[in-house]
Design a protein around this ligand. Structure first.
Ligand SMILES: NC(=O)c1ccc[n+]([C@@H]2O[C@H](COP(=O)([O-])OP(=O)(O)OC[C@H]3O[C@@H](n4cnc5c(N)ncnc54)[C@H](O)[C@@H]3O)[C@@H](O)[C@H]2O)c1
Length: 261
């Protein structure tokens, strides 16, 4: 038996129109996922990845919704329930959200509290909204359910220039631990994957400067940026039957940037 075989389980991946979410969607599709719902606020991206997922052997469905809007999330999950339900939820949408310009860079103590909203909404409320909306039908469907949240090492060790983002990701990680304890009795596991600097459309421009890359990756044991395909296999592990005895944990996938113990 292949314990990484998803046996037709259905997945919803948020922010999957590009980057890490897209790689996760394609990896789950290649490992025998059933329906893979590609959530994104951007319709074109969601539809493009949904087609790629279908080409990869699963049924890709674009699920356009803003994860920071609970009504939109509820509608998306209702449609997913009608289309067969969700066994695997990957909370991936994050970074600066749908409108990156809302987050200003600068010293935490010099910027207004309103500067925190975009980070908290997409990185903390997004996973909370999606988990809240998915859990009733996941519990009703019966085991095994899988909740996986993509956090950042910023949420484990703190990023001085990204204090609100660090708080949001740390909060999401704690939320996962609480939910893991709450839903274990229903055969549902909940885990985090903590990633560091990864080459995606959100970071591509920064990764093009070789001097910057050399400087930035001095603190990484493996001195290169992560790629979405470095992250996706760990999400597959946590989504698959191979991880039935793993819950409430945070898995770093980070080139050795911050070490676990
Ligand atoms: N790329 C990195 O270096 C890095 C590092 C640490 C953590 N992360 C985390 O990894 C995850 C994926 O990052 P990425 O770089 O692949 O993302 P990205 O920014 O390249 O792409 C994210 C996708 O999410 C969509 N999106 C944004 N806000 C949304 C919302 N409110 N609702 C629905 N969709 C929304 C965007 O349209 C985009 O298609 C995020 O949670 C991010 O915080 C990334």
């Amino acid at each position: 038996m292949d314990t990484f075989d998803l046996n037709g389980a259905n997945a919803l991946i948020t922010g999957a129109g590009q980057g890490v979410g897209r790689a996760i969607a394609l990896t789950l599709a290649r490992h025998n996922a059933g329906t893979v719902l590609i959530n994104d606020v951007n319709t074109e991206r969601a539809e493009a990845v949904a087609s790629e997922v279908t080409e990869a052997g699963a049924t890709g469905v674009a699920a356009v919704a803003d994860v920071t809007d609970y009504e939109q999330v509820e509608r998306m999950v209702e449609l997913a329930a009608e289309a067969g339900g969700i066994d695997i939820l990957v909370n991936n949408a994050g970074n600066r959200g749908a409108d990156p310009g809302r987050v200003q860079n600068g010293n935490f103590w010099e910027l207004p509290p309103s500067n925190w909203d975009a980070s908290l909404e997409v990185n903390l409320y997004g996973p909370m909204y999606c988990t809240r909306a998915v859990l009733p039908q996941m519990i009703e469907r019966g085991a095994p359910g899988r909740l996986i949240t993509i956090i950042s090492d910023a949420g484990r060790v703190g990023e001085p220039a990204l204090a609100a983002y660090s708080a949001a990701k740390g909060g999401a990680a704690s939320f996962t631990r609480a939910i893991a304890k709450a839903v274990g009795r229903y055969g549902i596991t909940a885990n985090n994957v903590a990633i560091s600097a990864t080459r995606t459309p959100a970071t591509a421009a920064r990764m093009e400067d070789p001097e910057m890359v050399k400087r930035a990756f001095r603190n990484y044991i493996v001195r290169r940026p992560g790629e979405p395909d470095d992250i996706a296999p760990v999400v597959l592990l946590l989504a698959s039957p191979a991880s039935s005895w793993i819950t409430g944990q945070t898995y770093p996938v980070n080139g050795g940037y911050a070490l676990n113990f």
